[in-house]
Design a protein around this ligand. Structure first.
Ligand code: ATP
Length: 450
């Protein structure tokens, strides 16, 4: 583990590339540290890191899995992915998963470091924005929810009613639809509003850390537990605990949460004493629990406990009336934070926004507005500022491809690329779906330059 401060993580399994980029990054005034795979990159992640340069194909944990975790644990740290020459769809997939930008190998070093410099500037603005957002009071956070469509208005009405009860709420919906915002809205409209609202993202931490994060630990409970620490359940005393992506709660921690829900009781890790808690639990998921329950990865009794009141957030594509008001809302907030005049959207850009189907939902729109507004001229976002990121044709999943006339190698390549995209870059799952071994998929990807 490096002891010197670093602000750039270079994650690539190719040692030559790591050495070359380290040398160049130092030359450009950055302080790099290297990782040979996604797992190592995650371990190196700290609050002081400004940028991550991430290869998509690495052993142990590839760039996609690492990116998904980074987007959740450090959403304001720009990640630039390094992709192969013929990997446009993989690179676009990475951007949808939260990557700031992508660079295709073989890369031009000047271009690479200009991209890094721009990303660092943007990261600084985003960090300032975040601290401003964090300082916004809970009251104003509750009014910060945009609801122009009928479906969202109905949902908000329901949420206000639910807020008055103390029952557990399960928020469902695709990633980025606003489950976190809704959880806060419910809290802010409840009798617990002046007490803490505490969030824990279940997949963001390894099992042991998650257990201690939730339940706290006693001094000496494990190596490194130098003093007693209270967990988020205690920190949320009197308020609301929001457990994001509850489907990822490890099976052996599930009985402990069930105890909290049923009897309001828990133990700190390594603790003998049974403690009582006073917390309302709101959970969120974007997975279908039926499969998890059937595979015995999620306890059915816990599922019933967390889903006393289920509330589904519709995908952004199902409420197009919201797209432009949301885009304007984000631009107004950005203009306020940067202390500049209003940022507007040109008609050609709003047409493009309306035509798109938003697989990454409101989060994708928010990120896009942040990015487009950073580069637009005269405080107006034009179609060019959207930088091709939302061209429908760039999504292989929506492409209707005519296979006739294609070479078998190209068909094979397309099938693998689309399956990888479908499986979020997970090679083991893609191999299973394609009916080949994991080793074969690696060999084929190498041979087909995927
Ligand atoms: N209706 C809304 N009004 C204003 N901002 C919104 C709205 N919905 C979502 N957002 C913004 O979009 C971003 C994504 O929302 P949020 O994190 O709540 O989504 P999510 O469904 O919890 O995502 P995930 O499943 O990936 O955790 C946030 O920055 C949030 O502020």
């Amino acid at each position: 583990m490096p002891s010197l401060p670093y602000n750039l993580i270079i994650a690539d399994d190719d040692e030559t590339i790591r050495s070359l980029l380290t040398l160049k990054a130092t030359h450009y005034g950055l302080h790099p540290v290297t990782a040979a795979n996604g797992r190592e990159a995650l371990e190196l992640m700290r609050d002081h890191v400004d940028l991550v340069l991430l290869d998509l194909h690495m052993p142990e944990m590839d760039g996609f899995s690492c990116l998904e975790k980074l987007s959740k644990s450090h959403p304001n740290v720009p990640v630039i992915v390094l992709s192969g020459a013929n990997e446009a769809s993989a690179a676009m997939k990475a951007v949808k998963l939260g990557a700031h930008d992508y660079i295709t190998k073989p890369f031009d070093l000047n271009h690479l470091f200009t991209t890094l410099r721009n990303a660092k500037k943007l990261s600084k603005v985003q960090k300032e924005n975040q601290s401003l957002k964090d300082s916004i009071s809970q009251e104003s956070a509750s009014t910060d929810i945009i609801a122009h469509s009928d479906s969202m208005r109905v949902l908000l009405k329901k949420a206000k009613k639910i807020a008055k009860l103390d029952s557990s709420v399960l928020l469902t919906g695709e990633s980025g639809t606003g489950k976190g915002v809704m959880a806060r809205f419910i809290h802010s409209n409840s009798s617990r509003a002046n007490k803490p609202f505490v969030t824990v993202s279940c997949p963001a931490l390894p099992r042991e850390l998650l257990e201690s994060e939730l339940f706290g630990h006693e001094k000496g409970a494990f190596t490194g537990a130098l003093k007693q620490r209270i967990g988020k359940i205690e920190a949320a005393k009197g308020g609301t605990l929001f457990l994001d992506e509850i489907g990822d709660l490890p099976i052996d921690l599930q009985p402990k949460l069930l105890n909290v829900l049923q009897d309001k009781k828990f133990h700190r890790v390594g603790g003998e004493k049974e403690l009582t808690c006073d917390v309302r639990i709101i959970t969120a998921t974007n997975i279908d629990f039926k499969e998890k329950i059937a595979a015995k990865e999620f306890r059915e009794d816990l599922f019933y406990r967390i889903s006393v009141i289920p509330l589904e957030l519709p995908a952004l594509r199902a409420r197009p009336a919201e797209i432009i008001p949301l885009a304007n809302h984000f631009l107004n907030r950005i203009a306020q934070q940067r202390n500049t005049s209003t940022i507007t959207i040109h008609k050609d850009a709003s047409d493009k926004l309306l035509q798109y189907d938003w697989p990454g939902n409101v989060r994708q729109l928010e990120n896009l507005m942040e990015r487009a507004s950073a580069f637009c001229d005269d405080n107006e976002v034009t179609a060019d500022d959207l930088m091709g990121s939302i061209d429908q044709e760039s999504s292989t999943s929506t492409q209707a491809t005519n296979l006739a006339g294609m070479t078998l190698a190209d068909v094979e390549k397309l099938a693998i690329a689309q399956t990888l995209e479908l499986c979020g870059g997970n090679k083991a799952e893609s191999a299973r779906k394609l009916g080949i071994s994991e080793k074969s998929i690696y060999n084929k990807m190498k041979r087909l330059e995927l």
